[in-house]
Each structure stands twice: as C-alpha cells, then as structure tokens.
Design a protein around this ligand. Structure first.
Ligand code: A3P
Length: 338
C-alpha cells in the first residue's frame, strides 16, 4: 500500500483546526454522565443517550452542519428500517437517471454509502465542510439523532425531513440481534433480559425511544409539509401507497405514464427485503470506516418482519414495554400496536 501523501501546509493547517475543534467536543463528551448498556458506557447528552464514540460527532454536527433548503434528511430510530427507506428514497429521486437493471447503483453500493449518515461523514474526527458543500442538491443525509439535537438551522432552513419509526418491541428485538452481530467477538453478548432492563428505562443508543419518536411526531403535526412521519408497519402493510406519499412529499410525484408503466411497483420490488438482502455488497460488504466500528453489511438485513418480537420477548417483557410506551405517548395521538 502507498504511504499517505503529505498534506500541503494549507491542508495541514485546516486539519489542525479540525482536530482542535474536535478536542473541544471530546472534552465536553468526557464530562457527561454515563449509564451502562451491557458492558458499554452510554453517555447522556442533552436528555438523550448516545453511542460513546458518537457524542463528540453529535456536537460537531450541531456546531458546524449547514443545511440547505433542498436537503432531504432521513431521521430514524435505529433498527426501524433505515436501510430500506434509504433505498426507496434513492430510487424515487433517481428514477429518471438509473434504470432498474443490473447497473443500478443499489446493486453495487450499500444504501448507507449512497445515502450517508451525517455521523459517518463526521467520522475520523473530520469536519466535512467541503465535502458537504460539494454534494449536489438535493443532498440525501441520514441521522439517528433526536430532532432537538440537530442545529436549529435545520428547522429554519425549510429542508424536508422524513422520519421513520417502528413498533418499539420489534425495534428492541432487532437491536438485540444487531448488537450480537456487530460487537467485537471478544465482548460478551448481552442476553435479551440484560438489554431489556436499560431499554425499558430509555437507556439505548438515541433513546429514550419514546422521546425521540415524540419530538419528530409533534414536529410532523406542526409542519406536515416539511416533516413526514412514517411507521415501518404501515410501509410493510402497503409499501406502494407509502412510496406514492413519499414521492408527493418530496415533490417528485409519479406521472400518469409512470403509474401505467408500474414504476411504483418496480421500486417496491427492487427495494424489497427479498431483493436487497441478496445483493452481494449487502451480503459481504463492510460498514464503517475505522477498524473499531467495522462490521458486515449483512447486519442490516435479518428477517424484515412485523411481530418477530413474539419469538424472543416474554409476555411479561412485552406487557411492561407496552405499558411504558402507552404512558409516555399518552395524549399525543400516536400509538403502536400491542
Ligand atoms: P429485523 O432485525 O427485524 O429483521 P435499520 O436499517 O434501521 O438498521 O433497520 C434494520 C431492520 O430493517 C432489520 O429488521 C432489517 O431486517 C430490516 N430491513 C432491512 N431491509 C429491509 C427491507 N428492504 N424491507 C423490510 N425490512 C428491512
């Protein structure tokens, strides 16, 4: 492998500034209160819990991200179908550009590379100001961060936010499996009971889940033309209808000709679990840049079913979680199936 090319003095200066800024973010992160999730410390920052390595990234995004009015931000609770919705939105926006054939980008790149998480762009202690500035509009950017943690300019910019959540019981079970797939083999796997206790207290990456969901839900009621709220279960129930709603929301409505040609059905089929989970890059490719947090893309594709929680959670656990969620969402108009 070639050695990295030396930075020019100007670039080196920029890099020094980035590292200095990051040092400040890391100093803030190091003072935060922490809970334990299994054997992992999980810090609390401004009322939400974050993966330890992503607190300084969150502060960096808060401090430096500059939204454009044309941005499309996909916000999700982890394990709610982010990968699926990334594929669908990418297809809706690029349907005139890429035919649904063997050359389609989604058959060669992970949805997470085509539609990156903001935190991935900020990884490796970088401030990707130039990279973000060079991205053509509309930029597709994803986040798991709560709405209140995003810079205020996101709401002011008038950009569109698509929010996706999932029945907390299925999201929890999916997370349990995901942790199993992605933590280093040297670390002990938490049992479902060990993970449930903190989860039920809101202690989970980007938790409390109910507060996360409520923030976006309330904003979607206030500004439905800018914030679209979706549930995984509704997408599963009628993906076509939701793909049409999404296209309308993104001001990319399907034409009569496209409807006749079956483009909506084509997108649904192309982005289905059955299709996407068999794509080589999704089966064998790697997610993440640095060696600490690298794992196989297949961790994003497990079963893709509604109600799988019944296979893993005890009745008592399910009842407890239902009660907690019901109380927390009371009066909001938002409900999840028991
Ligand atoms: P399960 O673990 O229940 O199978 P995220 O993308 O937010 O990390 O969510 C991952 C969950 O979405 C996993 O759920 C995964 O199997 C499911 N998923 C991934 N791709 C999907 C698709 N195309 N259609 C439906 N579900 C999908």
């Amino acid at each position: 492998m070639d050695p990295p090319s030396p930075l020019t003095p100007k670039a080196q200066n920029g890099r020094d500034e980035e590292l200095k800024a990051y040092k400040e973010y890391e100093d803030i992160a190091s003072t935060l209160p922490c809970e334990l999730l299994g054997s992992f410390p999980i810090p609390k920052y401004q009322n939400f819990f974050y993966p330890n390595h992503l607190v300084s990234t969150t502060i960096a995004v808060q401090s430096t991200f500059q939204p454009r009015p044309s941005d499309i931000i996909l916000a999700t609770q982890p394990k709610s179908g982010t990968t699926w919705l990334k594929s669908i939105i990418f297809c809706i926006l690029n349907r005139a550009r890429f035919a649904f054939d063997d050359d389609h980008p989604l058959l060669h790149s992970s949805p997470h590379d085509l539609f990156p998480f903001l935190h991935t762009l900020y990884e490796d202690r970088t401030l990707p100001i130039e990279l973000l500035a060079s991205m053509p509009s509309p930029r597709l950017l994803a986040t798991h961060n709560p709405l209140s943690s995003l810079p205020a300019s996101v709401l002011d910019s008038g950009c569109r936010i698509v929010y996706l959540c999932r029945n907390p019981k299925d999201a929890f079970v999916s997370m349990w499996h995901y942790i199993d797939q992605t933590i280093p083999s040297t670390i002990k796997r938490p049992s479902i009971e060990e993970l449930f206790e903190p989860f039920s207290k809101g202690i989970m990456a980007y938790g409390p889940l109910w507060d996360h969901v409520l923030e976006y839900w309330e904003e979607s009621l206030r500004r439905p033309e800018k914030v679209m709220f979706l549930k995984y279960e509704d997408m599963m129930d009628n993906a076509g209808a939701n793909v049409r709603k999404l296209a309308d929301f993104l001001e990319m409505a399907f034409t009569e000709d496209e409807e006749k040609e079956g483009v909506v059905e084509e997108i649904v089929r192309f982005c289905s679990f059955e299709k996407m989970s068999t794509v080589k890059v999704n089966k064998e490719g790697k997610h993440g840049k640095d060696s600490c947090h690298t794992f196989c893309n297949s961790a994003f594709f497990r079963k893709g079913k509604v109600g799988d929680w019944k296979e893993h959670m005890s009745e008592e656990m399910a009842r407890r979680l239902d009660d907690i969620v019901e109380k927390k969402l009371q009066g909001s108009g938002l409900t999840f199936q028991k």
